[in-house]
Design a protein around this ligand. Structure first.
Ligand SMILES: NC(=O)C1=CN([C@@H]2O[C@H](COP(=O)(O)OP(=O)(O)OC[C@H]3O[C@@H](n4cnc5c(N)ncnc54)[C@H](O)[C@@H]3O)[C@@H](O)[C@H]2O)[C@@H](O)CC1
Ligand SMILES: [K+]
Length: 606
C-alpha cells in the first residue's frame, strides 16, 4: 500500500539489517524466491513446447543482479531450464551479489557474460530482468542498454525484479531504453515509479513480495505516499466501497451540495457536475446558475433544485455578485465552484469573497453595518439604515441582502434590498430606515457559516491569477478546500511549466497542498491526491477513455457530494478519485471501445 522512493527503501533495508538483525542475504533469498515464483506462475500460463520452461536471467552487478541469481537457483530447483547472462564480468560483483555468484557456479547453472548479438533468444520461453534496480542513476549505460533493447525485441515475456531496468524508481520517468515488463515483482514495497505514469505502463502486472522488511517500518520512517487501490480504500481510508446506509435515514442525513457551475457556452459542465453529485449520494443538490440559463435547464436534472442568480440577462457570472452566491450557501453543506464558470473582469477578487464567505468571514460592508446597528442600540431598522447608508452600489445592496438571507431571514433580506435600492435612488435615509425591519438588524450581526469548498476549472484559473492568495484567510476546521487541477492548471497555480509538474507529480501536488493548507487533486493518468499534512495518494483506477470533456466536472461533483455528506476532505478526495476511475472502468467495459466513453457515462456507472 505504501509507495517508497529509492532513498526510503535504502533506509528501510538498513533498519531491517542493522536494527532488526536480519542478514541482507536472507532478504535477497526471499526476494529471489518471490521472483522465481512469479516466473513459474507465468510459465504455467504459457504454451510451452512440451518440455520444462526455459528461463534466461539477465543479471546486473548490483544487488538487483543478486536477486536475479537467487531466482535462477530457485527456478533450477523447480525444474526449469535456467541460464544466466551477466551484464558485466562476474568478478565485478561484490558483497551479497558475489556470494550468490559463487553459489550459482557451484550449483552448476550455465552462466556467460554478455556480448553483442550473442544471445539466441529463441532458446528461451521467458526472461528475468535483474539488470538494474533502485541503485540506478540516469539512463542505462552500455552494455545494459543493448541488453535491454534486445530483450524487448525478443518478444519473450519478461518478469522484472523490483522495477523494470531503465525506470526511474522515484518519478516514474522511463529512460531510453527501458525494459517493458509483463510482470514486476516489487520487493518489500511498491516503488513510486511503478504507480506513476509513464512507469506504470512499462511495469505490467505489479505484485508486491514480502521479503522480511515489516510493513509497519514504513510508518516509523514517515513514508507518506500510498498506492490508492481497493485495499487502501478499505484498510487505510476505512471505507467500504459499497457505501452501506443505515435504514433509519432520510435525505437530510446525506447533506445538501450547492453547485455553482455553467454559463451560456458551457452549461453542460454544470449539468454533469450536479448529476454526478446526486449519483455520489448527497441527499439534496442545488444548482446555482446565471438566471438566463435557468429556463432552458428546467427539468434537465429533475432531482436537483435550480437557483437562478440575477445576471443582467447575460447568461454568465460577470454580473452575479459574489455575495449573492455566498448567500445561497446558507443551509448547504458543501459548495462546488468552477465547472463551466468562465472568466470575467475582477474574477479573482470575486473568488476571494466567495472563499472568505465560505470560510466564515463576515463581508466588510456587512460587518460595518452590524457595528453601526449595535451603536444605534435598539432603534428600529438601525441595521438596515446603516446598510442603506453604506449601500451606494448595487453590489453593496446585494451584500446586505445576502447577509440577511444567510440568516434565513427573507423579510430582512427584502427590507435591506429595498432600503439599499432606496438610497441608490437618492431618497432620504429616513425613507430607507422606514423600509427596514427589526429582523434585518439581527441578520446583519450574524456571521456566515463555514462550509467545505471544491474549486475546479476556471475557479482554479481565478485563483492562479490572484497575486495575494497566500494572504487569503486560512480555511477553518470543517470547511476545507479541495482543488482539482489538471496539469495545466497545476502549472499555473505553481507558476511553473507543465513538464515540471509532470516530472514530479507527487512533489507538485504536495508542495502546493502543504504551502496553502488545501487538498490538491492533481488529475491525469495516476491522479495524485495530496493533503495539507503532506500525505499523498496515487490513484490506480481509470482509463484513457476518461480523457474526455466533462470528466473533471463529474469528479468535482463526486467530491463535493461526499464533502456534503460530512466526509473529511482526505477521504472525500481520495475515495472520490478512486470511485470516479472505477466507474470509468465499468463504463468502458460496457462500451465497444474505451474511446467511446463520455463523461456522462462515468456518472451513470457510479
Ligand atoms: N539489502 C538490500 O539492499 C536489498 C536490495 N535488494 C535489491 O537491490 C536493488 C538495489 O541494489 P543496488 O543498490 O546494489 O543497485 P542496483 O542493483 O540497482 O544497481 C546498481 C549498479 O548499477 C550501476 N549503475 C547505476 N546506474 C547505472 C546506469 N545508469 N547504467 C548502468 N549501470 C548503472 C551501479 O554502479 C551499481 O553497480 C533493489 O532494487 C533490489 O532489487 C533486494 O535484494 C532486497 C535487499
Ligand atoms: K530490474
Amino acid at each position: 500500500m505504501h509507495l517508497v522512493t529509492a532513498e526510503e527503501m535504502r533506509r528501510l533495508d538498513r533498519h531491517t539489517i542493522d536494527t532488526i538483525g536480519l542478514p541482507a542475504l536472507v532478504l535477497m533469498e526471499n526476494a529471489g524466491r518471490a521472483i522465481a515464483e512469479a516466473a513459474l506462475a507465468l510459465s504455467a500460463q504459457l504454451e510451452l513446447r512440451g518440455g520444462p520452461a526455459r528461463w534466461l536471467v539477465l543479471a546486473g552487478k548490483g544487488n538487483n543482479g543478486g536477486d536475479g541469481l537467487v531466482a535462477a537457483r530457485h527456478l533450477c530447483e523447480a525444474g526449469a531450464e535456467t541460464a544466466v547472462v551477466y551484464a558485466e564480468p562476474p568478478e565485478r560483483l561484490t558483497g551479497d551479489a558475489a556470494v550468490q555468484r559463487d553459489a550459482l557456479a557451484r550449483f552448476g547453472i550455465a552462466a556467460s557474460v554478455c556480448a553483442p548479438g550473442a544471445i539466441d533468444w529463441r532458446a528461451y520461453d521467458g526472461v528475468i530482468d535483474a539488470l538494474l534496480g533502485t541503485g540506478t542513476r540516469g539512463a542505462p549505460r552500455e552494455p545494459y542498454a543493448s541488453l535491454i533493447r534486445e530483450a524487448n525485441a525478443s518478444g519473450l515475456p519478461i518478469v522484472a525484479a523490483d522495477i523494470p531496468s531503465g525506470l526511474d524508481a522515484d518519478t516514474g520517468a522511463v529512460h531510453e531504453p527501458c525494459i517493458r515488463a509483463d510482470r514486476t515483482v516489487a520487493l518489500a514495497f511498491r516503488k513510486r515509479g511503478l504507480a506513476l505514469h509513464p512507469g506504470r505502463e512499462v511495469a505490467g502486472d505489479v505484485s508486491v513480495a514480502p521479503i522480511g522488511i515489516p510493513a509497519w517500518l514504513a510508518e516509523t520512517y514517515g513514508v507518506r505516499a500510498f498506492h490508492l487501490d481497493e485495499a487502501a480504500v478499505r484498510k487505510r481510508l476505512g471505507i467500504d466501497p459499497s457505501l452501506p446506509r443505515r435504514t433509519d435515514t432520510h435525505k437530510g442525513t446525506y447533506g445538501h451540495v450547492l453547485v455553482a457551475a455553467g454559463s451560456l457556452p458551457m452549461a453542460g459542465a454544470g449539468l454533469l457536475c450536479v448529476r454526478a453529485a446526486l449519483r455520489a449520494g448527497c441527499g439534496l443538490a442545488t444548482w446555482a446558475v446565471p438566471a438566463r440559463l435557468a429556463e432552458p435547464l428546467l427539468g434537465r436534472v429533475p432531482e436537483a433544485m435550480l437557483a437562478p442568480l440575477a445576471d443582467g440577462g447575460r447568461g454568465d457570472w460577470a454580473a452575479v455578485p459574489a455575495e449573492a452566491l455566498a448567500a445561497l450557501c446558507t443551509g448547504r453543506s458543501a459548495l462546488v465552484l468552477g465547472p463551466g464558470l468562465g472568466r470575467f473582469e475582477g474574477d479573482s477578487a470575486w473568488l476571494r469573497r466567495v472563499w472568505e464567505a465560505t470560510a466564515g468571514v463576515v463581508p466588510p460592508v456587512a460587518a460595518d453595518a452590524g457595528t453601526a446597528a449595535a451603536q444605534a442600540g435598539d432603534t428600529p431598522g438601525a441595521a438596515a439604515a446603516a446598510h442603506a447608508a453604506a449601500a451606494t452600489t448595487t453590489a453593496d445592496a446585494a451584500c446586505a441582502a445576502s447577509v440577511a438571507a444567510q440568516a434565513g431571514d427573507t423579510i430582512g433580506a427584502a427590507a435591506i434590498t429595498h432600503a439599499a435600492a432606496a438610497t441608490a435612488r437618492a431618497t432620504t435615509a429616513a425613507d430607507a430606515a422606514s423600509a427596514a425591519s427589526a429582523p434585518a438588524r439581527a441578520a446583519a450581526n450574524r456571521s456566515p457559516k463555514p462550509l467545505p469548498l471544491v474549486l475546479d476549472a476556471d475557479a482554479l484559473n481565478m485563483l492562479a491569477d490572484a497575486d495575494d492568495f497566500a494572504g487569503w484567510v486560512k480555511r477553518p476546521a470543517g470547511a476545507p478546500a479541495v482543488l482539482t487541477p489538471h496539469p495545466g492548471e497545476m502549472a499555473r497555480l505553481l507558476r511553473c511549466t507543465v513538464p515540471e509538474v509532470q516530472r514530479d507529480r507527487i512533489g507538485a501536488a504536495r508542495s502546493y497542498a502543504e504551502k496553502h493548507g488545501v487538498y490538491v487533486v492533481l488529475k491525469g493518468a495516476g491522479t495524485v491526491i495530496a493533503t495539507p499534512a503532506g500525505i499523498a495518494y496515487v490513484n490506480s483506477t481509470g482509463n484513457a477513455g476518461m480523457a474526455t470533456g466533462g470528466s473533471g466536472d463529474v469528479l468535482a461533483g463526486i467530491i463535493g457530494s461526499l464533502l456534503a455528506q460530512g466526509w473529511d476532505a482526505e477521504k472525500a478526495a481520495a475515495f472520490g478519485v478512486w470511485w470516479h476511475g472505477r466507474a470509468g472502468d465499468r463504463a468502458a467495459e460496457a462500451r465497444m471501445t474505451t474511446a467511446s466513453l463520455m463523461a456522462g457515462d462515468i456518472a451513470d456507472y457510479l
